[in-house]
Write a protein that binds this ligand. Structure first.
Ligand code: FAD
Length: 661
C-alpha cells in the first residue's frame, strides 16, 4: 500500500519525447521495469506512476545525455492491475534505487487550500500530513475576536508569502510597498531601458514582486526542492498561474512574462482576503516605545510636493525589504537594532553567445536546442573554484575564498539592477522561452567579515573620518567611522558613541558594495553605460579595444579596465578561477565572452538578528526581519519560504490560531 519512490531513472535523450513531456513514456516504463526486474515493461500500467521530477543531464562522463526521472509508484493501483507484481516489488531494498516514500514528503494540498480549509474549520480537525516544522496538515483555530494589525513592509517573495499566511489566518494586514504595481512598474522599467529615465522607487529592484519580478525567475533553491515548504511555495505559485511543470522540472524556471500575470493574481487574492495594499508608500522609520515597536512612519513617494510623513500604528511589523534598501539598514542602526556582518560575494557578470555554451555543454546535440523551442533545454552551467586554504597566507588576502558562477541565465539578457544614477550594478533576466542569443552568469568571489576585521586602525590607515548617521536621535547613539586604506578602498565601521573609548568595529559591507558600484558608474562614463572588458583582456590585465563584441545590455557598454575595479586580491581570484573554469568548460575563455561590471547584490552583507523560533528581532519586540535583506534567504523560493514560516510565527505570537501552528 501507499507510494514508493523510484529515483535516478535515466532515459537516453533520443528515446525521450523531450523536455516538455512530463508523462510516463514507454522508454520510462522500460527503465522502471528494469529497476523492478520485471521482464515485460509493456505490462506495467502507466497510470500507476507519476513523474515528480525530470532533469536533463549532459555531463561529459555520460556516454549519452539523459533525462533523469524521479517517479512515484502507487502500489495499490499497481497491484490492482497486476497482483503478480507483488513478487517483484516485495523483495526490493531501498538501497537498490527504490526508496520508500517518506510520510513527511507527502504534501497534503497547496498552502492556499489547506489554509482556507483551516479557516472554515473553526473547531479544528486533523487535516492530513504534517510537514517538517511547518505543520501544514494540522488544524488551525481562528480564535481571536479583534484582529491584530500587522504591517508587512515589502512585496517581494518574502513579504507576499508572509502577507498571504497572515491574511489567511485572519490578521488585519497592510502590505506596504515603496514601488509600483507591476503594470506601472513595467512602464517605469520600459522608460529606463528606452529613455534612460530611472525612477528611484520603481525599477528592477523596487516594486510589486520585489527584485525577482523582472528576473530570470529561476525557482531552484538549495534548501531542498522536495521539502514540504518548497513544495507549498511552488504549489501556491501554480495556484496563481505558474505552469504545473515547475512541480516536476529539475530546474524550474518562470521568466518575467509568466511572473507579471502571476503577481497580479496574487495581489487580487490578497485583496480578496482583506489585505490592504499600499503601493508608492515608503517606510522611513519605526515608531518605538521602550523596547516595543508601535508602528511605522511612512511617506508617499509619488507625491509631487514634499509630503508630510504619517504615523501608522501596528501590533507587529514584518520587515521584508530586500537587500537593495540600504536606507533601511541605516535607519535600523539608528534604533540600535543588532546587525551582524556576514559573508557576501562580489564580482562581474560574464556573457557568451548562447550557441557557444550549447556547443560546450552538448557538443553534437547543440542543434536540438533551437533557441528554446527544441527537444532539449537551452544549456546552462555552474562552475566553482576554491582558492587558498586553512592557515595559508595566500595572495588572495589572508582568507581562503571561493569563486563561483551565480544566477546563470541561459537565453537571457544583462540588466541594470541599481536604484540610483550614481551607482551601477548588473544582474540577469530572461523570458520563459529563454530564446535570446545570449547566456550570462555572475562570476563572484566571496568576501568575508574577516576581510574587514584584519584591518588595523592605526598602522596602514591614512585617515579616519566621522560621519553621523542618526536622523532621529540626539545625540546619535551610533556614528559611522570611515576608514581609508592604501588602495583607496573606503570602508566604514559603525561604533556606539558611548563606546568610542573602546572601539569594537562592525563593518558596513554595504558601503563597500556602494563604493564599487560608484566606481563602475564612473568607468562606464555615466548614463547607465556599463563598463565591459573582453575576458581574454581581463586575464592579461589590459584594457579592451574600443570596439568590443556585442552585448545584450540595452543601455550601452564601454570598454574599460575592469581589472582595476576591485582590490588586487579579488581581481586575481577572478582571473585564476576563470582559467580553471575554462579547463572544465573548454571554450569558456573566448574573444566573444564579455565581462560586465559590477555584480554586487548577490546576497545581503548583513544579518538582522532574530529569535530562531519566534522570528522576532533580538533587539526590538514586535519587529520581524525576514527574507533576503534580513540575511535569511537568497533567491525567490528561499525568500518565499522564509516569509511563509515567519507568517506562521507572527500569527502564533499574536494568538492567531492554535498552538499547533
Ligand atoms: P525583494 O524581492 O528585494 O523585495 C523587497 C521589497 O521591499 C521590494 O519590492 C522593495 O521595493 C520593498 N521595499 C524596500 N524598502 C522599503 C521601504 N522602506 N518601504 C516599503 N517597501 C520597501 N532569484 C532567484 O531565485 N532566481 C532568479 O532567477 C533571480 N534573478 C534575479 C534577477 C535580478 C535582475 C535580480 C535583481 C534578482 C534576482 N534574483 C533571483 C534574486 C531574487 O529576486 C531575490 O533573492 C528575492 O527577490 C528576495 O526576496 P525578498 O522578498 O527578500 O526581497
Amino acid at each position: 500500500e501507499g507510494f514508493w519512490r523510484l529515483s535516478k531513472l535515466g532515459v537516453d535523450v533520443e528515446k525521450d519525447p523531450g523536455k516538455d513531456f512530463l508523462g510516463v513514456s514507454d522508454a520510462l516504463l522500460e527503465q522502471i521495469a528494469k529497476v523492478l526486474e520485471f521482464p515485460v515493461s509493456a505490462m506495467l500500467p502507466a497510470e500507476a506512476f507519476t513523474v515528480v521530477r525530470k532533469s536533463f543531464d549532459a555531463r561529459k562522463f555520460l556516454k549519452v545525455p539523459k533525462f533523469v526521472y524521479t517517479v512515484d509508484m502507487d502500489v495499490e493501483k499497481l497491484l490492482r492491475f497486476e497482483p503478480r507484481l507483488w513478487d517483484f516489488i516485495s523483495e526490493l531494498e531501498p538501497e537498490v534505487g527504490l526508496v520508500e516514500h517518506m510520510p513527511g514528503e507527502k504534501v497534503s494540498g497547496d498552502l492556499i487550500h489547506i489554509l482556507r480549509d483551516c479557516k472554515k474549520d473553526q473547531e479544528g480537525s486533523a487535516l492530513g500530513e504534517s510537514g517538517n516544522g511547518i505543520e501544514l496538515g494540522n488544524a488551525y483555530k481562528i480564535s481571536s475576536i479583534q484582529k491584530p494589525k500587522v504591517a508587512v513592509v515589502g512585496s517581494g517573495p518574502s513579504g507576499l508569502f508572509a502577507a498571504l499566511v497572515l491574511g489567511e489566518l485572519g490578521a488585519d494586514v497592510t502590505l506596504i510597498e515603496r514601488g509600483q504595481p507591476v503594470e506601472q512598474r513595467g512602464r517605469d522599467i520600459g522608460a529606463l531601458v528606452v529613455r534612460r529615465i530611472i525612477q528611484s522607487e520603481s525599477n528592477f529592484c523596487f516594486g510589486e514582486g520585489g527584485a525577482g519580478t523582472w528576473s530570470d525567475g529561476k525557482l531552484v533553491t538549495r534548501i531542498g526542492k522536495n521539502s514540504d515548504s518548497v513544495q507549498a511555495v511552488l504549489r501556491t505559485l501554480v495556484h496563481f498561474g505558474a505552469p504545473r511543470s515547475i512541480l516536476v522540472d529539475g530546474k524550474p524556471h518562470l521568466g518575467t512574462d509568466k511572473l507579471v500575470p502571476l503577481l497580479r493574481r496574487f495581489r487580487q487574492h490578497l485583496q480578496g482576503l482583506g489585505v490592504t495594499i499600499k503601493f508608492g508608500t515608503r517606510v522611513d522609520d519605526l515608531l518605538v516605545e521602550g523596547a516595543v515597536i508601535k508602528g511605522v512612519k511612512v511617506s508617499d513617494v509619488t507625491a509631487t510636493l514634499p509630503s508630510c510623513s504619517e504615523d501608522w500604528m501596528y501590533d507587529a511589523v514584518v520587515l521584508a525589504v530586500g537587500h537593495s534598501a540600504r536606507d533601511v539598514y541605516q535607519m535600523l542602526l539608528s534604533h540600535n537594532i543588532d546587525l551582524v556582518p556576514k559573508d557576501f560575494a562580489i564580482g562581474l557578470r560574464i556573457e557568451h553567445p548562447q550557441e557557444l555554451i550549447n556547443s560546450i555543454q552538448y557538443a553534437g546535440l547543440a542543434a536540438e536546442v533551437q533557441r528554446g523551442r527544441g527537444k532539449v533545454p537551452v544549456a546552462d552551467y555552474k562552475v566553482a573554484n576554491y582558492l587558498g586554504g586553512e592557515g595559508v597566507e595566500s595572495s588572495y588576502g589572508s582568507e581562503s575564498r571561493g569563486c563561483y558562477s551565480f544566477c546563470m541565465c541561459p537565453g537571457g539578457q544583462v540588466v541594470l539592477s541599481s536604484t540610483n544614477p550614481t551607482e551601477l550594478c548588473v544582474n540577469g533576466m530572461s523570458f520563459s522561452r529563454r530564446s535570446s542569443k545570449w547566456a550570462n552568469a555572475a562570476l563572484v568571489v566571496t568576501v568575508s567579515a574577516k576581510d574587514f576585521q584584519t584591518l588595523d586602525f592605526h598602522g596602514p590607515l591614512a585617515g579616519v573620518g566621522f560621519q553621523y548617521v542618526s536622523r532621529s536621535q540626539t545625540p546619535p547613539s551610533f556614528v559611522n567611522i570611515a576608514v581609508f586604506c592604501y588602495n583607496n578602498e573606503a570602508l566604514i565601521f559603525h561604533a556606539s558613541v558611548r563606546d568610542l573609548g573602546s572601539l569594537v568595529p562592525v563593518p558596513d559591507a554595504a558601503t563597500l558594495e556602494r563604493e564599487l558600484e560608484q566606481r563602475a558608474a564612473t568607468m562606464g562614463g555615466g548614463n547607465f553605460v556599463v563598463p565591459v572588458q573582453v575576458v581574454t583582456d581581463f586575464l592579461e590585465s589590459k584594457t579592451s579595444a574600443a570596439c568590443v563584441p556585442p552585448s545584450s545590455y540595452r543601455l550601452g557598454v564601454r570598454a574599460a579596465s575592469l581589472h582595476e575595479l576591485f582590490p588586487a586580491h579579488i581581481t586575481k581570484a577572478l582571473q585564476e578561477s576563470i582559467l580553471m573554469f575554462d579547463e572544465e568548460l573548454p571554450g569558456f575563455i573566448s574573444k566573444e565572452a564579455l565581462l560586465h561590471g559590477v555584480e554586487t547584490r548577490t546576497s545581503s552583507p548583513v544579518q538582522i538578528s532574530r529569535n530562531s523560533t519566534t522570528y522576532e528581532s533580538t533587539s526590538l519586540n514586535g519587529l520581524y526581519p525576514v527574507g533576503e535583506g534580513a540575511g535569511y534567504a537568497g533567491g525567490i523560493v528561499s525568500a518565499a519560504v522564509d516569509g511563509m514560516y515567519a507568517g506562521f510565527a507572527v500569527a502564533k505570537n499574536l494568538g492567531l490560531g492554535t498552538s499547533e501552528i
